[in-house]
Ligand binder design. Structure first.
Ligand SMILES: [Zn+2]
Length: 435
């Protein structure tokens, strides 16, 4: 058995913080010890206590004065869009047709998919992200590359071959049968292998015919434990076009509900413009609205009412995500910085504990994996991010007068990015070169 003992300041959430003074929502150890055995967290507590009970030959790594948190979780990202991040477009549909669809066509080539997958995981690690829910392209080769690289790095990843059979270039279209067969093949080859989770992934209602939606419905019935991921209510033009394509649906959410895709493992990217009826339907199904703030601002899609969706009598479950390449940063710190600013524009406050809850336990709950990731609880997988709030000269200067944990977290969120991530552990193994 291999044992590692980390020393540093430890922060882990136990539930959503209800206010900035809600100290019961998290656990903080100012001189903490975290014992890792065989890739899992074996003990957490005061350093001296954990040291006393640890195996004598445990390797010790001292991360003081840095913060050790659960690794970040990104609940919506497109791995084939790394080379179109920051592309100049007026709105969602123009961005898709001008840049993104042509780029995704290249993933028919296994060698290209494998190369970009390596870059994708390098960026995840660089930014302290240890789990992501990603869209691959329509090509099975892209899903093969994505899951093979996750397996090689022993990372806990969710992903799916995109299903799309209309309103896109020929090189990006499957058929209802092909989408069904290839998704089944990806499930058979990758689901449960290592830490891989395959998701049923119709891109969105605009790019799937009713016949293809029937195929996704069949997959959802055959594999009820799988995640489902798609897009919902991102942009006004998209919403109008969807209503034309599905004239019998009550609204956009009802399109997915009709095909049995609204459930507790369903991740709906964006959900900016939901009606009250749609929010009720999401809440009753336990479905997750995934907020992608940098993407929403970049594409001018709208302001996501996070706080009011949480506050409803029928609250909606929330995930937060980068949505690269519509999103403009791989950093979950930057992402929550933009989440904060959007709430400011809506007259709401998002306190720093809530932000860090969302990056860790909140997103673990959103993907229904909180028993494995997202906390520092003993028995869970040792996926960790080590953060340095004085990582840049500007941050170090600001840190000179920071006195509270809340202020330190807020500084990390506001000025931090990959430079603030000193180390990223995956199943107990340090993955960055800098310690
Ligand atoms: Zn997306």
């Amino acid at each position: 058995m291999t044992a590692t003992l980390l020393r540093g300041r430890l922060l882990s959430f136990v539930r959503r913080p209800e206010g900035i003074d809600d100290t019961g929502s998290y656990r903080y150890e100012s001189d903490g010890g975290l014992l890792i055995e065989d890739g899992r967290i074996a003990a957490i507590g005061d350093y001296a206590d954990v040291r006393r009970n640890a195996p004598a030959d445990a390797e010790e790594i001292d991360h003081r004065p840095h913060l050790i948190l659960p690794g970040f979780i990104d609940t919506h990202v497109h791995f084939p869009q790394m080379q179109v991040i920051g592309a100049y477009a007026a709105n969602l549909l123009e961005w898709l047709h001008t840049y993104t669809f042509p780029e995704e066509c290249r993933f028919v080539e296994p060698a290209h998919a494998a190369r970009i997958a390596r870059h994708f995981y390098d960026e995840m690690i660089r930014h302290g992200t240890t789990t992501a829910a990603a869209y691959c392209s329509v090509h099975k080769a892209s899903a093969d590359a994505y899951f093979a690289e996750a397996l090689r790095r022993n990372m806990c990843m969710i992903g799916g071959k995109v299903m799309m059979d209309r309103n896109a270039p020929q090189g990006l279209l499957d058929t209802p049968e092909m989408g069904y067969d290839e998704t089944r093949a990806v499930i058979a080859e990758w689901h449960g292998k290592g830490r891989n989770h395959v998701a049923i992934t119709p891109r969105f209602a605009i790019t799937s015919t009713p016949a293809q939606m029937e195929a996704t419905a069949l997959l959802a019935r055959e594999f009820p434990d799988l995640h489902i991921q798609t897009h919902l209510s991102e942009n006004d033009e998209e919403i109008r076009f969807t209503a034309q394509l599905y004239p019998d649906a009550i609204d956009y959410t009802d399109v997915y509900a009709h095909y049995g895709l609204l459930g507790p493992k369903s991740l709906f990217g964006h959900c900016i413009h939901l009606s009250e009826r749609e929010a009720d339907a999401m809440s009753e199904a336990g479905a997750v609205a995934v907020h992608c703030p940098t993407s929403n601002l970049f594409l001018g899609s709208g302001l996501f009412p996070l706080k009011s969706l949480v506050r409803r009598d029928k609250p909606v479950r929330i995930g937060v995500a980068t949505d690269v390449g519509g999103g403009t940063s791989y950093s979950m710190l930057k992402t929550l910085d933009e989440t904060y600013k959007i709430q400011q524009l809506l007259g709401e406050r998002l306190n720093p504990f809530e932000s860090f809850y969302h990056m860790t336990l909140g997103n673990a709950e959103a993907v229904s994996l909180a028993d494995r990731i997202g906390t520092l609880e003993p028995g869970t997988d040792a996926d960790l991010a080590v953060l340095d709030a004085a990582a840049t000269p500007a941050m170090a200067l600001r840190m000179e007068i920071v006195r509270s944990l809340a202020d330190e977290l807020f500084l990390l969120q506001t000025l931090g990015d990959d430079r603030a991530v000193r180390e990223t552990y995956v199943a107990g193994k340090p993955m960055k070169t800098v310690i």
